[in-house]
Design a protein around this ligand. Structure first.
Ligand SMILES: [Zn+2]
Length: 296
């Protein structure tokens, strides 16, 4: 028997339920401001203090651009796992869990609706669906959206938010780059405008294809936009990369983008561009831009 008896109970571990409900407040990763979740939603997920742009989901993106309801296209398309791919877990399993978690069938929503009274086709990518990666379904949905825009003589807006091609679909996902680019070429021949909106992050095969093909390329502030990651580039060229490399503002300075626009002004900017470039003027924005350059 021990000389002393331990009378004090050990300190309780903190598994008591917190009285503060989860997810009511969000901390801004840029300025550490604590923001009330409802305020953040009201400001389109932009920090009201420092202007940090939080990542926006596909359906919130559509809600921020369209006036009211929209008509969704091809919502039922699902990947069939054509390569029967397995990495840390089978791709089929990964798809099932992601579909259950996000309530979406793949990483893009394509829809037709009105932006300040102008009919338009919008494709918005969803990062939480396997990194917003572009597989066969994303490629097919965006291509069909562009084709329906050509049929109905409507402008196209694609909001990219993607890590690039979907590795689990191998070469099939790379083929989507050519397929979407070809559809955009047909859109251009039909003299319909295409506005590309690049958000954080837009990398890999998405940057290398449709995200950079807009008649006007708009980016959100401080978005990561690039093809290969900075580490890969540093190792390849054996040089230190400059400050702010692969961010929107840097790319704007170096002629890769046309505009950097705050999310809260995005809808109005897009509206102005659509009014400028839409039919009955019947010319693509690119053609107008070329005419605007003296001596060309
Ligand atoms: Zn902030």
């Amino acid at each position: 028997m021990a000389w002393f008896k331990k009378v004090r109970k050990p300190i309780e571990s903190g598994n008591k339920e917190s009285r503060v409900p989860e997810g009511l407040w969000v901390k801004c990763p840029s300025c550490a401001q604590i923001i009330y979740n409802k305020d953040l939603t009201a400001s389109l997920s932009v920090c009201t203090k420092c202007g940090h742009h939080f990542r926006l989901g596909a359906s919130e993106r559509l809600r921020s651009l369209f006036d009211g309801d929209w008509e969704e296209h091809d919502a039922g398309l699902k990947s069939t796992d054509p390569l029967h791919f397995t990495d840390t877990k089978p791709y089929q399993k990964r798809l099932e869990t992601t579909i259950a978690a996000t309530g979406m069938n793949d990483a893009v929503i394509t829809a037709t609706g009105r932006i300040n009274g102008i009919d338009a086709v919008v494709a918005a990518m969803e990062y939480s669906f396997i990194g917003g990666s572009m597989g066969v379904v994303v490629g097919e949905k965006i291509t069909r959206a562009i084709e329906s825009a050509i049929d109905r003589q409507l402008p196209v807006i694609i909001v990219s938010c993607s890590g690039g091609a979907r590795m689990m679909e191998g070469a099939l996902s790379l083929m989507q780059m050519a397929k979407i680019s070809a559809a955009l070429a047909r859109l251009d021949r039909a003299h319909l405008p295409y506005i590309s909106v690049l958000t954080d992050p837009t990398t890999g095969g998405v940057t290398a294809s449709f995200a950079m093909l807009g008649d006007i390329n708009i980016a959100e502030p401080k978005a990561l936009i690039g093809f290969a990651g900075p580490r890969v580039i540093e190792q390849t060229i054996r040089q230190k990369l400059p400050e702010g490399f692969q961010r929107s503002e840097f790319l704007l300075d170096h002629g890769m983008l046309d505009m950097v626009v705050d999310r809260r002004e995005l809808k109005d900017v897009i509206t102005r561009l659509l009014r400028f470039g839409a039919k009955p003027v019947a010319r693509s924005l690119a053609a107008v831009a070329v005419e605007a350059v003296p001596g060309s």
